[in-house]
Design a protein around this ligand. Structure first.
Ligand SMILES: [Zn+2]
Length: 304
């Protein structure tokens, strides 16, 4: 049982930018092993964004020419690149079909609706401009005024990444406005002649300016279109609702924990492998051995 896993090559919709400003899109990704399935379930009550940084650093074996992947690197990946990698990880670990039960969002209906789609159907939109720093001009009405009242409209920013998510996501739940200010403080590189503006400068942005910056960020960022479209069989109306991939993936892991332990027991009992050896396998390989065992047992039973 030396090498249990086969990697896949994925192309990031954004790309990893190194210290020299070089962008790399090619990533070699391995499926989760039992060990990582356990790790994820065990840690699931901690910050999801840092959990993702950690799990991606374990499953990525190469970004461009770089073969030592640290959490600092997976933290530097753009939000959409991380979503894309989680999507691929789900695909190569559990398969491409996603089956979920959702509620029809029409208030007078609310019936349960089964949805079933392939991860291959989720649109992945590459970014055209790779950054890492982008420039924009605020509208006249949204100009930023310095302490002397002098207006400036040129803004330079970078896109939010995993590191930003780790810090900002615990705040979003309680205070969305504060979270956005924190994000701007981290991502805005310059306002007019003011380089690396701090909290005080960020607070001078009007709501309109914030909106314009947010809109611009969204327009240059790569995207994973995680919206589910379905027709309700009960009321026959169509709807589109956002699909929380991370929550779904972690939920799946949680609910299959019991099964994982039974699989370990079954394989250890029959093959006398250690728990560590079994946990080093991805789910697909464990299931294959279990299938072979089941066939074997059936054959033996038939022979009696
Ligand atoms: Zn309905």
């Amino acid at each position: 049982m030396s090498e249990n896993r086969q990697p896949v090559i994925c192309l990031l919709p954004g790309g990893y930018v190194d210290d020299d400003g070089e962008t790399y899109n090619e990533v070699e990704l391995y499926p989760l092993t039992g060990q990582e399935e356990e790790f994820l379930v065990y840690k699931n009550n901690t910050n999801t964004a840092s959990l993702i940084s950690s799990i991606l650093s374990r499953c990525i074996s190469r970004i461009g020419p770089m073969k030592i992947i640290t959490e600092d690197m997976t933290r530097r990946l753009l939000v959409a690149d991380r979503q894309y990698l989680i999507l691929k990880l789900r695909e190569i670990t559990f398969g491409d079909r996603i089956q979920a039960v959702i509620r029809c969002p029409w208030p007078d209906c609310g019936q349960k609706v089964d949805v079933d789609f392939s991860t291959h159907d989720i649109p992945v939109i590459n970014s055209d401009e790779k950054g890492p720093v982008y420039s924009m001009k605020l509208s006249e009405e949204a100009a930023w005024n310095d302490s002397q009242g002098k207006p400036y409209r040129n803004i330079r920013f970078r896109l939010p990444n995993g590191g930003d998510q780790e810090i900002v996501s615990p705040i979003v739940i309680h205070n969305e406005a504060k979270a956005l200010s924190m994000l701007l403080e981290r991502c805005i590189q310059a306002i007019g002649p003011v380089a690396t503006p701090g909290k005080k400068e960020i607070n001078r942005f009007s709501p309109r300016a914030r909106m314009e910056i947010e809109k611009k960020m969204q327009s240059v960022a790569p995207k994973i279109e995680l919206t589910m479209e379905a027709n309700c069989p009960e009321c026959a109306r169509g709807f589109a609702i956002p699909f929380d991939l991370q929550e779904f993936f972690f939920g799946e892991l949680e609910s299959s924990r019991e099964l994982l332990h039974r699989e370990i027991h079954y394989l250890a009992y029959n093959y006398h492998w250690s728990e560590r050896e079994i946990l080093a396998m991805p789910r697909e390989k464990r299931r294959k051995y279990i299938e072979i065992l089941a066939d074997e047992i059936e054959r033996m039973n038939d022979a009696i």
